[in-house]
Write a protein that binds this ligand. Structure first.
Ligand SMILES: [Zn+2]
Ligand SMILES: [Zn+2]
Length: 149
């Protein structure tokens, strides 16, 4: 079984952020190379061959990456994805396909413009706002429709 690390750019915008600790780099690389969100134990599984054996190592790296805004946790799936955006952002919105389980992060600007003023008006000190929008991605939606027709 080969397991290439993705040093080349796959036409995506995912460049490993600077200033990561050694284990954070390992975890970030695994997440960035994955099409799907990954649970902590799946990340650990993929890092075993690179000498990472302790779950705490993975949890600590995930905490660090999340605190720095480089990854997001999807509470509904209990899994992690790499952030698509530049820098940390408190409002996070994801399209979660229930059929193929891909996750796409939405542009946050529009969502933030709606949420932030209402939160401020309530004098609420917001830490994060995370929206998981569930349904079918465009590919799965067209398959579903084709089956019905
Ligand atoms: Zn993000
Ligand atoms: Zn899908």
């Amino acid at each position: 079984m080969t397991n290439h690390t993705h040093d080349h750019d796959e036409g995506g915008s995912r460049k490993r952020p600077a200033g990561l600790l050694k284990n954070e780099k390992l975890v970030w690389d695994v997440l960035a190379a994955s099409r799907d969100p990954l649970k902590a134990y799946e990340i650990l599984d993929r890092l075993k061959e690179r000498g990472v054996r302790a779950p705490m190592t993975v949890y600590r790296a995930l905490d660090g990456l999340e605190a720095k805004g480089h990854i997001h946790k999807l509470d509904g799936l209990n899994a992690f994805v790499v952030c698509n955006h530049e820098g940390p952002h408190v409002v996070q919105a994801f399209l979660v396909c229930e059929t193929c389980s891909t996750v796409k992060e939405l542009e946050v600007i529009a969502v933030e413009a709606d949420i932030a003023p209402a939160v401020r008006a309530a004098a609420f000190d917001m830490h994060t706002a995370r929206l998981e929008i569930k349904g079918n991605c465009s590919a799965c939606a067209s398959i579903t429709k084709a089956n019905v027709a």
